[in-house]
Ligand binder design. Structure first.
Ligand code: ATP
Ligand code: MG
Length: 582
């Protein structure tokens, strides 16, 4: 076997080192810079002749000229196997909690602890027997992880077929123990354990991509009805500073109708990360009654960690998600914020002295953003099960200006655009998702599914969006000519739009009942409001109509604070319908 390449540092510039090397290396290969008894991991980002530029993932102070470097032959990869759920990693999959136990909360340089626990035993049940023929991604066995059947698969790096020659009996094993042996067509024997590694920057799956068909309900009315997203789809939540992007992402992590959520808190403020770490283990998943952390993996980098680790974190998240998708599960990746990820790319590109594009972002910014979102999608597996991976990213454009490169590149590739506006957050109309600027490409498919519950769905949503738009125009006119200056008919439209906004689109993320609106309840309330849209109200003067709608608004708003299926909820709903005479 060819020996690993080696080299030595000839120039250092921040975290970027120039290394003179001997041997064969490849783009993206992981290398180790050796200082005394420690080693710092790094990644090859440019090669020319015998000089490589490598980006070190940790603080490089103290690295001198001639410091030795060893290349590893493998790309930056993720360790995959039982034990991922409930873990909190940094962008390079260092297990932050375990490091904290050993060395305190600050990652000490060069400290290495494996990503997945090597000692923990998992109850393995074989799914193959001697003589079976298996291929990549076929299930060899399963273990219980939280309430999932975590499937142990033939690693995806193999492309040939194997015949099983030995398989472990049901029992408790650690992730490094051999659980099956097999030989390939040439009789060469290999061993499988429960641990495998996937490169993080290459999309990986086995099976056929399939078109999206199922709605991903989020428990948030403003999303589920007018701007739905599908399982396997993509969305972004751009918004100005402090408009509520992180609160929204936390909501999605808690209530989205998926099996597993991977949160990539990328370049966030340290305080926010601590909040996630404290809050998630305490929260209970309302569908399984288990702690929410049991279905969650958290990847977090604060803005104080080196840029290269920040750049890697979104890839790490999406790779772990692809791994679980391969078991036939529905996964959601949430990245907050992709702007900080893009800034990491800009910083690295600057150091490489690449020709800058718009706002000094590298010219490949759009293609990197597109490649990230393209890893979403649904895949049909061999057993006909469908696994889906949905990706959603927060974008924080400076000054809330959506014309900047990251927002523009993102909206070109995503399926749903949930734009938060300063106007709405200033008016405390939360969630500040602005119905006037948001859109979705999934409406046709979502509507055909929603028609099962309620008829003429698409037409109704179009009408609701029109009323929102027209109501806003009337409001603008009213600001100039005053309430008396507009007709009673226009006033009615404006008040219908206000009612829809206040009682349906707005939702209080901090109220224990209103924060989560099950889809059945969302449809029921939307249908009721739609009947109000269609009703022809007859009023003689502005005062009369205002007080009528104010009353109606209060009743409907109170409905949101009552538990669905409770006696009070049903009584109030009945009262509203009687009063409306619809
Ligand atoms: N749905 C909501 N309901 C009630 N309050 C909200 C809601 N969303 C946001 N807020 C308020 O707005 C504040 C800021 O929200 P958040 O931290 O999510 O903003 P952000 O857009 O992530 O900000 P940054 O750009 O700094 O990352 C919250 O602390 C909260 O007080
Ligand atoms: Mg935020």
């Amino acid at each position: 076997m060819e020996k690993n390449a080696t080299g030595s540092v000839i120039k250092a510039f921040g975290n970027l080192l120039h290394v003179e090397f001997q041997g064969n290396i490849k783009q993206g290969e992981v290398s180790y810079v050796k200082v005394n008894d420690k080693q710092f991991s790094s990644e090859v980002i440019e090669i020319s002749d015998n000089i490589a530029k490598i980006q070190v993932f940790e603080d490089t102070s103290g690295i001198k000229l001639n410091t030795p470097v060893e290349f590893s032959k493998h790309l930056l990869d993720a360790e995959l196997g039982p034990g991922l759920l409930t873990s909190i990693f940094d962008g390079l999959q260092n297990p932050l909690e375990k490091i904290a136990e050993k060395a305190g909360y600050f990652l000490s340089r060069g400290l290495y602890i494996p990503s997945l626990d090597r000692e923990k035993l998992w109850d393995f049940k074989p799914l193959v027997k001697v003589g079976d023929i298996v291929k990549r991604a076929d299930f060899l066995g399963s273990v219980k992880e939280s309430h999932f059947d975590h499937k142990i698969m033939v690693p995806l790096k193999y492309f040939n077929t194997f015949e099983i020659t030995w398989v472990a009996k049901s029992g408790a094993y650690n992730i490094e123990t051999t659980i099956a042996k097999a030989k390939n067509e040439n009789g060469v024997e290999i061993e499988f354990s429960m641990l495998q590694k996937w490169p993080v920057k290459t999309p990986l799956f086995e099976g056929k991509r399939t078109s999206l068909s199922e709605i991903l309900s989020t428990g948030m009315r403003v999303l589920d009805i007018p701007f739905p997203v599908l399982k396997g789809g993509t969305f972004c939540t751009p918004g100005p500073f402090g408009a509520g992007k992180t609160v929204l992402q936390h909501h999605l992590a808690k209530y989205s109708d998926v099996d597993i959520v991977i949160v990539a808190a990328c370049g966030e403020r340290a305080g926010e990360v601590v909040e996630i770490l404290r809050e998630f283990p305490r929260l209970i998943d309302n569908r399984t009654n288990e702690p929410l952390i049991n279905r969650t993996v958290i990847i977090c980098n604060t803005s104080s960690m080196p840029v290269a680790a920040r750049e890697a974190s979104v890839y790490m998240a999406v790779t772990i998600a692809e791994y679980y998708r391969q078991m036939g599960l529905n996964i959601l990746v949430l990245a907050d914020s992709t702007s900080r990820w893009a800034q990491a790319m800009r910083e690295m590109s600057g150091r490489l002295e690449e020709i800058p594009g718009e706002e000094a972002f590298p010219a490949y910014l759009s293609s990197r953003i597109a490649a990230f979102y393209e890893r979403a999608g649904s895949v049909i597996l061999k057993n006909n099960k469908i696994g889906s991976l949905t990706i959603g990213g927060a974008v924080s454009p400076a000054g809330g200006n959506f014309e900047e490169p990251v927002t523009q590149a993102t909206l070109n590739v995503v399926g749903s655009f949930w734009g938060l506006s300063r106007e709405r957050s200033d008016a405390r109309r939360y969630p500040a998702i602005d119905p006037l600027i948001s859109w979705t490409k999934y409406l046709d498919i979502a509507a055909s599914e929603m028609n099962k519950f309620s008829d003429r769905w698409k037409e109704k949503i179009k009408k609701a969006n029109e009323i929102t738009k027209y109501g806003n125009e009337i409001l603008k006119r009213m600001e100039v000519v005053g309430e008396e200056g507009i007709s009673i008919a226009d006033m009615t439209v404006y008040l219908k739009a206000e009612l829809y906004d206040i009682c349906f689109l707005q939702q209080n993320s901090f109220d224990p009942i209103d924060q989560y609106c099950p889809i059945k309840r969302t449809i029921e309330i939307f249908d009721l409001i739609y009947k109000i849209f269609e009703k022809d109200f007859k009023f003689d003067n502005h005062d009369e109509i205002r007080s009528y709608f104010l009353n109606l608004q209060n009743d409907l708003k109170n409905l949101n604070y009552l538990a669905y299926d409770s006696f009070e909820y049903k009584e109030l709903l009945k009262k509203i319908i009687e009063k409306l005479n619809i």
